[in-house]
Design a protein around this ligand. Sequence first.
Ligand SMILES: Nc1ncnc2c1ncn2[C@@H]1O[C@H](COP(=O)(O)OP(=O)(O)OP(=O)(O)O)[C@@H](O)[C@H]1O
Ligand SMILES: [Mg+2]
Length: 362
Amino acid sequence: MLFDLKPKTKREELFGREKELVELHSALTKYPLTIVTGIRRIGKTSLLKTALNEFKQPSIYLDARVLDEEGYTRRALYELISQQISRMSGLLLKAKDFAKRVKGVHVGPVGIELDWSKSGTRLSSLFNALDEWASHEGKTLVVAVDEAQILRRLAGGKGRIDFTQLIAYCYDNLTNIKFVLSGSEVGLLYEFLGLERPESALYARGYKSIVLERFSKQTSLDFLKAGFEELGVTPSEELNEVVERLDGLVGWLTLFGHVASEKGLHNALQEVLKKAKGIIKKEIAHLLQRSNYYKPILKALSQGKSGWSEIKKELINQTGRFVSDAQFNRALMNLVDLSFVEHYQNGYTIPDPVLREVAKDF
Ligand SMILES: Nc1ncnc2c1ncn2[C@@H]1O[C@H](COP(=O)(O)OP(=O)(O)OP(=O)(O)O)[C@@H](O)[C@H]1O
Ligand SMILES: [Mg+2]
């Protein structure tokens, strides 16, 4: 169902991403590392899950957001990995023979357990064993990490894990393991991976980047029509305004289709905008506490200011205080790193149409 709110997992439910699906499949055969980026609700998880499903190779899907809930600890990461390896059900029968040779790996009836203590399982040894298994089977094991920028938080404190070192190790030594990383906070993801930072373990490694873009107006309209058609509904209302306001973001379009299919098309747009604004407000509540500059910057952007100096002038106007270039730039760049703001040729903009509306009221 196109208007199902869960991330899509099947090709026939994944609308308008044929090209990206082919690109990802091809990248996974050629590159040890592929990076899928795009702002929130653009369909990264759907592309990733569908690709893993369609790509007839074993895969492990790690949702790094679990660490936001479980803690950024070695233990939480190890549990996440062991759960997902255990899910490779049928394949596990043979994989376990390889995995159980690794120190600290316990293979039980339901799956594998990893010793997460400091002297326990080394992830590089585990991946080595999985690589041997994949090679033995003539397969490629795809390790997908969704919202991978969160892994940077594992690097602090005792028993710390630098996940980039694990990726670099696999990259350099294991030919049957491929990584695909996705991230909404695009700047943070690249900063974490440090592909262009000499001191990073991943420095100067080649990779394939796939950037998900918003749907065009026509694709958005086609998506809504196809979704309603699936439900046997002929949209009575004009959908052009919906497409304008939701600006090609498939997540919001899906929410619109879902609400309209439950309550009818009349007033659905208003209801979706209200819901979407609520979602955005929750998502940015934490962010706004981190700097007094974020609100005025977002407000200036929502009013159509786009140039660096123009936004800074508006920030000073709104706060009534002196703000140095460096302070302003730091705040603006943080918003860019988090993908709440996008840098384009002529300046800056808020890519999410709903955040744009929310920011008007700041
Ligand atoms: N190509 C697509 N066709 C149909 N529906 C889609 C497509 N891509 C995404 N969706 C829908 O849009 C919503 C957001 O998708 P998804 O969770 O995949 O995006 P995301 O970029 O991973 O979002 P987030 O940043 O919140 O994790 C979901 O309801 C999903 O079902
Ligand atoms: Mg996602």
